[in-house]
Design a protein around this ligand. Structure first.
Ligand code: FHN
Length: 797
């Protein structure tokens, strides 16, 4: 066996760089990527988003000294021993001769991960020490060529991971303390030792990038990883452009691979999320050893964490987290819409330390019973953190994870705009829990003792019978025959404390391209899925869906299709605009349980008193409360003041729970009518109702709660970001994001908002939309051509 100098074989390659386009990645920043529509992006990220829990494996030569070098120990992380013990390269290389993990057993490792409930494994193919843990053809400083082991554990692990149905992924360090052209220029440090920052000899970086690409090519073509988890990108010689180039190179080799944001320079330190001041590369944020305070709607992120205080094995580090802490971390992270990448640091003999195995088994025991409340879930629907635990959600279910059991066995759950049909312990689906509903939420009777001291999961079902195979099993007397649902004490709807703080998408309505122009719900599902994937959980079906012109029969179909969505989304249909039509439509609404309905603005004969009486009758007929849509100062009649008074009355009496304010102003900072409205009603009831153009001004200068958006149906993530920036008070960023929408908003204002949006969704590749119903005509070919380029611009962001 040959001992140093270890050779690095550099192959000059013809880099196949794909065309440079910009896009917006799910780590919140814009990125350079292959041409990928948002829908394709959603598809590529799907498995990862549903997985929620993975194993990180830091294994390498540093497991040989195991945290001690010539009697020197440190409380620093073990895999950095070449740095903190100032070990010159030639000395560190000697660890390879002692690295012989004969006890390594891929089947056992994968079994431990699988039994813990983990869905993917990310292993260090090469860490900062530059040692390749696989058989590399471009370096013999690897486990096959330079250790007595002479086996390729990565090959065995990749095969076994697939055999047991998990996803196999790689960690790869951009920082490489072993690369010949790299050196350390720091006081007291050996130039060939490890160090946080290294420098490159002239021409060394270009050479190293070629070497890295050759290693990544062999890693991807030989082992087919599902994720590339880069690290060590903080070197001064590494740039965002390098990151974008490497991102493209890797996606060029495997288009559906997922790459973390440490490929480029976007990461904000250990907080891990990407900055948003420009385009950054990467598909997800990487908080390290921490969990974000709040989730970030629409942003993919994964928190990586050690089980003790080191990533690489240190024989004396026994500061192990308890399994309770680990399980609650997993729940906390899932409740904020993130993934948990939990680390193990195997020994040089090839064993995962027993304390890790024990804790993973305990996590697995909990996941065996409660996995459903983690996998494939999305973030908590509640506006604020629950004091007694966390929540995750899925279509038709919200999972409460109770950490702190209520002394009196009663638990209050705040309303989130959706009504609860049934509640039960996840471990005992057959036994319904009693609960009382009130306007601000429900109170559950849980009983005296937790079923699991770490986290007891209660399921709140928001669609009758979902967990019992879809058929209602409740006794007839419990069923409100007319509504076909449990007779609950709750008022007819639960919008009283509607949370208008957010983005409401106002989607178009797809129709079949046939004589009948029937509503096409297969395509409408796609539009909803796309909007939801962008992080928007609130929908208003109104003008953009041409509800002014739907037939009553179509309205009935639409309502039947919308109702199941209410289980996971806040869905608001519209009725009217005329009184008679609204009353007819109310017959459909009252049979379902929408949080409220919006009344389309009336341009027919009307006056304030008449309208107020009409709205009260409509609300009563529909058995729900209303959002009033103000598109013009005369919508409430010629007497503006009187009109605003009537709105104030309707709010006071709980008939109206929100106002969609959509009166267009050239300068929305000057708006006496809005001033008059806000002088009468609390601004928490008023939402900016005309898309991104005035939204920032409305939220900044008028403190309106949120905004509705049509264009956001084509770029939901961007709308979410505009809202998040505004909510955070970063209006400069919000205005920057807003600027991306102006192109489309201009065309919508010029040619008709709903008309343009209808075509825009199809041009964006989100769904087919079919014809626009009569009374409104489609766009001309020239207009569509012009719109196409605007959409291409927006959807690439
Ligand atoms: O320096 C590395 C460290 O060794 C470890 O790999 C962690 C894992 O995320 N990342 C770096 C520190 O940010």
């Amino acid at each position: 066996m040959k001992i140093g100098p270890f050779a690095i074989v550099v192959v000059l390659l013809v880099a196949s760089i794909a065309p440079q386009v910009t896009g917006q990645d799910s780590s919140g920043s814009k990125f350079a990527s292959q041409t990928e529509t948002q829908a394709e992006h959603v598809q590529r990220m799907r498995w990862w988003r549903e997985a929620r829990f993975g194993m990180f494996i830091h294994w390498g030569l540093y497991a040989v000294p195991a945290g001690e070098y010539k009697g020197q120990r440190s409380d620093r992380i073990g895999e950095w021993i070449m740095d903190w013990a100032n070990i010159p390269r030639s000395d560190y290389e000697k660890f390879a001769t002692e690295f012989n993990p004969v006890k390594f057993n891929a089947r056992e490792w994968v079994q431990i991960a699988k039994d813990a409930g983990m869905k993917y494994i990310v292993i260090t193919s090469k860490h900062h020490d530059g040692f390749s843990m696989y058989g590399s053809k471009v370096s013999n400083y690897d486990i096959v060529d330079s250790t007595p082991f002479h086996r390729d554990p990565i090959k065995e692990l990749a095969a076994e991971t697939r055999r047991q149905g998990l996803k196999f992924c790689f960690y790869y360090s951009i920082l490489d303390w072993h690369y010949p052209a790299a050196y350390v220029d720091a006081a007291g440090k050996d130039p060939s030792a490890g160090n946080r920052v290294t420098k490159m000899k002239p021409g060394g970086k270009e050479e190293y990038v070629r070497y890295m690409k050759e290693q990544l090519r062999e890693l991807i073509t030989s082992y087919d990883p599902a994720v590339l988890w880069f690290d060590g990108e903080w070197q001064d010689w590494w740039t965002e452009e390098d990151g974008q180039d490497l991102y493209r190179f890797v996606r060029g080799l495997k288009p559906n691979i997922i790459i973390n944001n440490r490929v480029g320079k976007g990461r904000q330190g250990m907080q891990g999320m990407s900055k948003t001041d420009r385009a950054y590369s990467g598909d997800f944020g990487t908080p390290e050893q921490q969990i974000p305070a709040n989730g970030l709607p629409g942003v993919d992120w994964e928190s990586c964490m050690t089980m003790n205080t080191t990533w690489g094995y240190k024989y004396y580090d026994d500061q192990w987290k308890s399994s309770e802490v680990i399980i609650r971390n997993l729940i906390d992270i899932a409740s904020k819409g993130g993934n948990y990448l939990l680390n193990v640091g195997p020994t040089a003999a090839g064993l995962i330390p027993a304390p890790s195995v024990e804790r993973l088994a305990a996590v697995g025991k909990w996941m065996k019973v409660n996995g459903e409340s983690i996998y494939g879930t999305t973030a908590s629907p509640f506006a604020t953190q629950l004091q007694y635990g966390r929540a995750t959600s899925k279509p038709g279910q919200v999972y409460l994870h109770i950490f702190n059991w209520p002394a009196d066995g009663k638990l209050t759950v705040p309303s989130w705009g959706v009504s609860v049909k049934r509640a039960y312990f996840l471990v005992d689906k057959g036994r319904a829990l009693d609960f009382q509903s009130a306007s601000d939420g429900i109170t559950l009777q849980l009983g005296q003792h937790p079923l699991d001291p770490i986290a007891t999961v209660v399921v709140l079902e928001t669609t009758v019978g979902a967990s019992l195979g879809g058929r209602p099993t409740l006794p007839r007397e419990h069923l409100d025959i007319e509504k076909g649902r449990p007779r609950s004490a709750a008022p007819t709807n639960n919008m009283t404390n509607l949370d208008l703080h957010g983005v409401f998408a106002v989607p178009p309505l797809a129709r079949r391209n046939d004589q009948a122009r029937a509503l096409d719900f297969e395509q409408n599902d796609k539009i909803v899925a796309f909007i939801e994937a962008g992080g928007i959980t609130r929908l208003i079906y109104g003008g953009n869906a041409f509800l002014y012109h739907v037939t009553l029969a179509e309205f009935g179909e639409l309502i039947d299709w919308l109702e199941p969505l209410t289980a996971r989304l806040c869905v608001i249909p519209s009725i009217g605009p005329s009184f008679g039509r609204a009353l007819d439509q109310a017959q459909f609404i009252k049979r379902h349980d929408f949080p409220c309905v919006m009344v389309l603005p009336c341009a027919d004969p009307r006056d304030a008193d008449g309208l107020e009486r009409g709205y009260r009758e409509i609300s009563d007929a529909a058995k729900t409360q209303l959002i009033i849509y103000l598109k013009d100062e005369t919508n409430l009649g010629a007497d503006h003041e009187r009109g605003l008074d009537s709105v104030a009355h309707l709010i006071e009496d709980g008939i109206c729970v929100g106002i969609k304010y959509a009166v267009v102003r050239n300068d929305p900072t000057i708006d006496p009518y809005l001033e008059g409205l806000l002088a009468r009603v609390d601004r928490k009831y008023v939402i900016s109702g005309i898309g991104e153009r005035p939204a920032v001004t409305h939220m900044r200068d008028w403190q309106l709660t949120g905004f509705t958006t049509g264009s956001g149906c084509v770029a939901p993530r961007l709308s979410q970001e505009l809202f998040a920036a505004s909510r955070a008070g970063d209006f400069e960023l919000a205005l920057q994001i807003r600027s991306n929408f102006i192109g489309l908003e201009d065309l919508r204002d010029a040619w008709g908002p709903a008309r343009v949006l209808h075509h825009a969704v199809e041009l964006a590749g989100i769904s087919e939309v079919g014809p626009i119903p009569p009374y409104v005509s489609g766009l001309s070919d020239d207009q569509i051509e012009e719109l196409k380029s605007v959409i291409e611009q927006l959807t690439r962001l």
